[in-house]
Design a protein around this ligand. Structure first.
Ligand SMILES: *Cc1c(COP(=O)(O)O)cnc(C)c1O
Length: 505
C-alpha cells in the first residue's frame, strides 16, 4: 500500500482502492439466476471439466464497480493533455468511431468471399488511393500492422528489389542517423543488415559530409526520419536522396512524423522510395493502449512489384484480392501479416481524411507545427531548447535548465503527473542529454497549452529554489507513488495465482 495514503480505508477522496477481481471472489455469488440444469444426458464422453472453472464469483453491481473504478485510473487522450513526443496523441474524432462500428464493416470476416465484401475492398482501395495522393507515391502496401512493421515491410521490399537486381549479397549495410527512432536500426538488423550510424551536426540534422563519406557500393539504403526525432526538418533531404540513388541504394523514410508535413510537402517529391505512415498517429486512430496500429507503406515504382500480399486490385467483376505469388503478385516477397491489415483503422483513417478534406489536412499539420512552436516560444527562456530556431510538430529540450538542482528529467516528469499532465517523452532522442520531447498536436486548445506552460514554469521555479525533495518524492497524489519501472520491466509478474502466490515469467 502506498505510504502517503493516510486515510483509514486507503481510498483517496472518491478515488477508491480496488483489489484484483479474483481477490473479490466469493464462491456462489452470481450476477444472473440460472435455472437448474439436468446434466444426466451428458454427451461429452467423459471430457467434461473435473475441477472448478476458476472464474471469480461476483454480483453484477460488484462487477460494474470493479471495471468502472479501473477505468477511472486510466489516463488517456480523452481525459487530458498527452504531450508525449514522437507519438502524435491527437484527438480521435467520434465520427470515425461511429463509422468503424457500422455493422456492415464491424461484422465482416476476413475469409468471406470477395463477392460479399466489395464495399470493404472499395474502402481499402479508396483509403490507399488518398494515402498515395497525399504522399505522391505510385504504390502502397496496406497490410502492415504498425509503424515498426511498416519499416520491416519496406526494408523487405528493398531487400527483394536488390536481390532481383542481383545485388543482394553485395549490399549489406544500412545507414541510420543517430537521431533515428529505435525501431529503425532494429528493423535493419532484423533484415540481416549491418547498421552504420551517421552522426548529427550541431543543428540536429544529419551531418551531410559524414553521410556522403559512408556511402559505398555495399550500402543497401538509408533509413531517415523526416522531420527527425529532434522535431527538425532535414533540410538536405533532396541532396541525401540524390546521393543515395547515385550510389544505387534505396531511400527509406520513417514517416511517423507525417503530421508535421501532411498537405504541405509530398514525400514522393523528396525522392523517397518507401515510407510507412502511422495511421494511428497522423490519421487519428486510437493508440497507446487504446487500439491497434496500422502502418501502410508507400512505395516508389522500382519497389512496387515487391509489395507484400494480399493487395486489392480492380478485377473484371469489381474489386479483387491478389493473395498468391502469381500474376500481379509474382514478385511479391509474400505475406507480412495474416489477412489484409487493420480494417478498422482504414475506416477511421478514411473517415478522418474525408471529414477534413485537403484543406483540413493541411490545416491539421499547420496547427500541429504552430502549437509546438507556441510551446517552444513560451518555454525557451525557462527550459533549455536543444537547438536554435523553430521546430516542426514537436519541441525538444535537454536537462541543462536543471543543472545543479539535483532534479533529474525523470523527477521533473513525475512532478508533472501531480499537476495533472501526462509527462512528455523523456530521455529520447538520445542525441541530447536528459531529453524532454513535447508534441502537443493540433487538437489542443490555447487554454490547455497555457495551463501546461504555467505548470512547467512553476515546477522549474520550484526546482531552482532548491526544493529537490519535492521532486524526489513525486508523484504524491497518484494511487501509487514512484514505481520501480526497471524492476517491472526486468521481472514482470504477469499472472495471479490463488493465495497470493504470483507467478513470475
Ligand atoms: C511511433 C514511431 C515509430 C514506430 O511506430 P509504431 O506504430 O509504434 O510501431 C517509428 N518511428 C517513429 C519516428 C515514431 O515516432
Amino acid at each position: 500500500m502506498a505510504d502517503t495514503q493516510s486515510t483509514i480505508t486507503g481510498n483517496r477522496g472518491l478515488q477508491l482502492e480496488e483489489p484484483l477481481i479474483f481477490e473479490q471472489d466469493s464462491p456462489g455469488r452470481v450476477g444472473v439466476d440460472f435455472p437448474d440444469t439436468d446434466l444426466s444426458d451428458n454427451r461429452l464422453g467423459g471430457l467434461e471439466r473435473q475441477g472448478p472453472v476458476g472464474l471469480p464469483n461476483l454480483s453484477e453491481p460488484q462487477t460494474v464497480r470493479h471495471y468502472t473504478r479501473i477505468s477511472q485510473k486510466n489516463y488517456g487522450i480523452d481525459s487530458g493533455f498527452y504531450p508525449l513526443g514522437s507519438c502524435t496523441m491527437k484527438h480521435n474524432p467520434r465520427v470515425n468511431e461511429k463509422l468503424a462500428r457500422l455493422p456492415g464493416f464491424a461484422s465482416l470476416h476476413p475469409m468471406q468471399p470477395t463477392s460479399t465484401t466489395q464495399g470493404a475492398l472499395e474502402l481499402m482501395d479508396t483509403c490507399a488511393h488518398w494515402l498515395k495522393v497525399i504522399c505522391n507515391m505510385p504504390a502502397i502496401a496496406m497490410s502492415p500492422a504498425a509503424g515498426a512493421q511498416g519499416e520491416l515491410c519496406g526494408m523487405m521490399a528493398i531487400k527483394a528489389a536488390l536481390e532481383d537486381r542481383g545485388e543482394g549479397a553485395q549490399r549489406t549495410r544500412v545507414l541510420v542517423p543517430e537521431s533515428a527512432h529505435g525501431t529503425n536500426p532494429a528493423t535493419a538488423a532484423a533484415c540481416g543488415y549491418s547498421v552504420d550510424s551517421i552522426p548529427a551536426n550541431d543543428r540536429g540534422r544529419v551531418d551531410l559530409d559524414a553521410f556522403l563519406s559512408k556511402l559505398d557500393e555495399d550500402v543497401a539504403g538509408i533509413m531517415l526520419t523526416n522531420p527527425n526525432t529532434c522535431g527538425l526538418f532535414e533540410n538536405d533531404i533532396i541532396k541525401i536522396a540524390d546521393a543515395v540513388h547515385d550510389a544505387g541504394a534505396f531511400f527509406y523514410c520513417d514517416g511517423a512524423n507525417l503530421n508535421a508535413i501532411m498537405g504541405r510537402i509530398r514525400p514522393g517529391d523528396l525522392g523517397i522510395d518507401c515510407m510507412h505512415i502511422n495511421l494511428h498517429k497522423t490519421f487519428s486512430t486510437p493508440h497507446g493502449g487504446g487500439g491497434p496500429g496500422a502502418g501502410p507503406v508507400v512505395l516508389s515504382e522500382p519497389l512496387a512489384a515487391f509489395a507484400p500480399l494480399p493487395f486489392v486490385v480492380h478485377g473484371e467483376n469489381g474489386f479483387d484480392l491478389v493473395e498468391h505469388k502469381s500474376g500481379a503478385g509474382k514478385k511479391s516477397y509474400g505475406r507480412i501479416k495474416g489477412f489484409h491489415g487493420q480494417m478498422g483503422m482504414f475506416i477511421r483513417a478514411l473517415g478522418y481524411m474525408m471529414s477534413h478534406g485537403s484543406d483540413g489536412l493541411r490545416q491539421a499539420s499547420s496547427d500541429a507545427v504552430l502549437n509546438a512552436n507556441y510551446l517552444l516560444a513560451e518555454l525557451k527562456d525557462t527550459l533549455s531548447p536543444s537547438f536554435d530556431g523553430p521546430c516542426m510538430h514537436e519541441c525538444l529540450f535537454d536537462d541543462h535548465f536543471l543543472k545543479d538542482t539535483d532534479v533529474s528529467t525523470l523527477d521533473f516528469a513525475k512532478a508533472m503527473i501531480d499537476e495533472g499532465f501526462h509527462p512528455m517523452t523523456m530521455y529520447f532522442p538520445l542525441v541530447v542529454h536528459g531529453a524532454l520531447l513535447m508534441e502537443p498536436t493540433e487538437s489542443e486548445s490555447r487554454e490547455t497549452l497555457d495551463q501546461y506552460i504555467h505548470a512547467v514554469k512553476g515546477l522549474t521555479a520550484r526546482a531552482k529554489s532548491g526544493d529537490a525533495k519535492y521532486f524526489h518524492d513525486a508523484p504524491q497524489l497518484t494511487p501509487r507513488r514512484r514505481l520501480d519501472e526497471t524492476g517491472a520491466a526486468r521481472n514482470p509478474i504477469l499472472r495471479w495465482a490463488p493465495g497470493g502466490d504470483e507467478e513470475k515469467s
